[in-house]
Design a binder for this molecule. Structure first.
Ligand SMILES: [Zn+2]
Length: 326
């Protein structure tokens, strides 16, 4: 290709030179050799300039490529060293699952796009979901439980940095929390063995631990949480646990506005919130069904559990599904 261009330029220069030569010879026949010589000289200069330009141009391109590559790796490195620092700032706590516990107020953005493309399912063979996210007995189950066998490999769901490696006898057992450059944090509980240390950088799919049955657990399983700025989000809103892949390549969290103010409640829905005034005979599942939503979302939006008694006249926040019509 390069040679072709060069040849084409050379041959056109030669044609121009011949034409010049022919024209000149009509006027001054005796100056013919002089003109020829001059033309050749000019042509040589043009060609060497052309080659020099091409080399320079090539050098510039190569240089730009290298610079870009270096910038990228530097950026990627920074993203891993300080994952999602645009959201978490200097907050790096090795103690609490919610890093804002007992600390500064969280500044929740209006909305945030989470890139899920690089997701890797945290266990190699998906057997079944043994417990879903949502209110369970008197407390909230803030993750999803995936059946496994003790010793099964547990993998990092995304690239990130290990924020917590701890043991909690009455809760998570041996557990890890990883912060990811995409803004999420993931929690892995009831592990039997750690394969990473606090502050380690991991890549999506890296083996980080072995599954187990430690802590408050009734059988070997992985307790898996997805959190955003400390708030637990239903992992099933982000990941399809049947297909073991993200529901969408990008996941958008929106901070619900109530009466024009940020509520610090997140949803993946882009629909607006509505209020339902409780009538006698209503219960959570009837209301949820009416608006095409789920009881767990209804509970989350209102900070209640399935056991909460609702009273006529009370207002509940709801995000109706697309099919709902007033
Ligand atoms: Zn669990």
């Amino acid at each position: 290709m390069k040679i072709k261009v060069l040849l084409l330029t050379l041959s056109s220069s030669f044609l121009v030179a011949s034409a010049l030569n022919a024209a000149s010879s009509e006027r001054k026949g005796d100056d013919k050799s002089q003109i020829l010589h001059e033309t050749k000289k000019q042509m040589d200069e043009q060609v060497s300039q052309l080659i020099a330009d091409r080399v320079d141009f090539k050098k510039t391109i190569e240089f730009q490529k290298i610079m870009k590559l270096e910038e990228q790796t530097l950026e990627a490195k920074e993203n891993l060293l300080y994952p999602a620092d645009e959201l978490y700032g200097a907050n790096w706590d090795n103690k609490w699952v919610n890093p804002f516990t007992g600390k500064e107020k969280v500044n929740l953005p209006d909305s945030f796009v989470v890139n899920c493309i690089s997701f890797v399912f945290p266990i190699d063979s998906m057997k079944k979901v043994t417990s879903k996210y949502g209110p369970r007995r008197r407390r909230m189950h803030e993750g999803i439980d995936l059946k496994l066998q003790v010793g099964d490999t547990v993998r990092a769901a995304f690239d990130g940095k290990v924020r917590i490696r701890k043991f909690e006898r009455r809760g998570y057992g041996y557990y890890l929390v990883i912060r990811h450059p995409n803004g999420l944090e993931t929690v892995y509980g009831h592990l039997s063995r750690f394969l990473v240390n606090e502050n380690d950088i991991v890549r999506a799919g890296d083996a980080i631990a072995l599954g187990g049955n430690t802590g408050r657990s009734t059988g070997p399983h992985l307790h898996f949480e997805t959190r955003f700025l400390g708030q637990a989000i239903n992992p099933a809103e982000i990941i399809d646990f049947e297909r073991c892949e993200p529901i969408k390549p990008q996941y958008v969290f929106r901070n619900i506005k109530i009466k024009g103010r940020k509520s610090n409640i997140y949803t993946s829905s882009d629909q607006n919130i509505v209020f339902h005034r409780v009538r006698s005979g209503d219960n959570l599942s009837v209301i949820a069904k009416k608006y095409g939503t789920t009881v767990s979302q209804l509970c989350r939006l209102n900070g209640i559990t399935t056991k909460t008694i609702i009273r006529p006249g009370q207002s509940l926040r709801l995000i109706p599904s697309g099919s709902y019509k007033k």
